[in-house]
Design a protein around this ligand. Sequence first.
Ligand SMILES: Cc1ncc(COP(=O)(O)O)c(C=O)c1O
Length: 502
Amino acid sequence: MHYNFKNLLFKGSFLQKEGNESVYYKLFDSLKSVILAKEIPDNFKLPPSRVLASDLNLSRGTVIKAYELLLIEKLIVSRQGSGYFTNKIENTSKVPNKELATKKHPGIYPKISKLGKSFIQNSEYYVGENYLGTVCFRPGLPPLDIFPAAVWQKLSNQYWKSIKYSELSYSDSLGIKFLRKNISNYLKIYRNIDCDPDQIVVTSGSLHSLSLVATAILNPRNSVILENPTYKKAYNLFKSLKAEIHMADLNDDEFNIATLEDIETKLLYVIPSNQYPSGKRMSLKRRQELLDYATSKNILIVEDDYDHEFSNWEEPISSMFSLDINDSVVYLGTFNKLLHPSLRLGYMIIPKFMISPITAISKQTFRFISPNLQSIMAMFISQDYLNKHLRQVMKVSNLRKDAFIEHFESLFKGEIDLEINNSGLHIIGILKDHVKDFQLCNYLLENDIHVHPLSSYYIEDKSRNGLVMGYCSVNKTLIRKNLNRMHKLYLNYLKETTAIES
Ligand SMILES: Cc1ncc(COP(=O)(O)O)c(C=O)c1O
């Protein structure tokens, strides 16, 4: 069967001028109405994103985002190496996802709030988010296969064997004392940070911590400064909260303080120890300058030290939190990187003046992180397993980094240049100008290789074209095997794109 996808321009909300839905959402809406009306049959192959983009005169990213939404609503499925196909839908009244019924009865659901809409508009439907099982070479993953599951199970058994039933009741919103004490000991030993356990807040991770801080500090249209490039989820969070965002370039190798002089700001988000994704390290001098600047202008600095275990191992550098004497720094840390991201356990150290609002927000939103999880984590630290695991992780990730670099360079020499930093969990590869990082990443992802486009971390037009690759989530044999596969895919991609262009 043939379907003229140019008809989409007359479907759903495509022609509606009102409303400020993005083009990708309108395309999604139009495709959804065509699929639900069965104008195209089940198991119908959708045109490749490149083709549909050119037919409809849209960008390929727009089409990919629309396909992503269709995937989320289970209206289409992705088949490895073959593309996207419409899913089987029984009949239009029995749709697979309840939310799909909304369009049939407009107005029966309450309208989404402005804030809710803002979060939807600023969340990126990056194609990778639907490939959660693909770990090779997703950036930011530690060696997942050496996580000591047996130890965790033993501690978990110990915990449940000696459980006091009072511990199954409600718990402290800032975290259980046992864990907060152990985190403060851990930070003293490994990060040379002195802090009172009462200033520690246990959260589900760095992004959770950041959202608590932003809620406590920012009003809509307050201004926030971030580094360019930056951790995109942090940027999206501030955007969703309607902050006015200013980007400070990292052009003289670190945060360019001169660009900040005239900006009235309230919060500054930095990743000084191992800037993400550039891997740059802010000098001690610049850290001190930023602290002076923040103090003079009454700005809160949020220091994201998300991978300090990886970036401070060989040459520790003082955290901004420990250099600060004016209560102007919030320090974000996480166990989701060192152990595994599915743990969902992190922490922050807050200045004393923030304890009251953060406690109140926590109490009235998520209440507290599971005390079972917190207790097992505290036992893991106090019984010295974290220390042992940390050493093991550093050893293994360094070996894997060497293996990755060596094999990558033997395959991609002259094609993709690696930028090798001393630290972190990822490596950047710079592409030639004619190979576009977004397109290549999507192509690789459709074939189960998960790397991120470097340009996606940049805001506005300062972007660089490359790949951000994690090197240590799998063992050396799998690294080599998957790099070989990636290389073949890369060559196929070059062939395909040259054929289309000529
Ligand atoms: C710079 C940066 N900060 C924070 C995080 C998030 O950590 P968590 O999983 O604890 O939310 C990430 C995750 O990739 C990151 O890259």
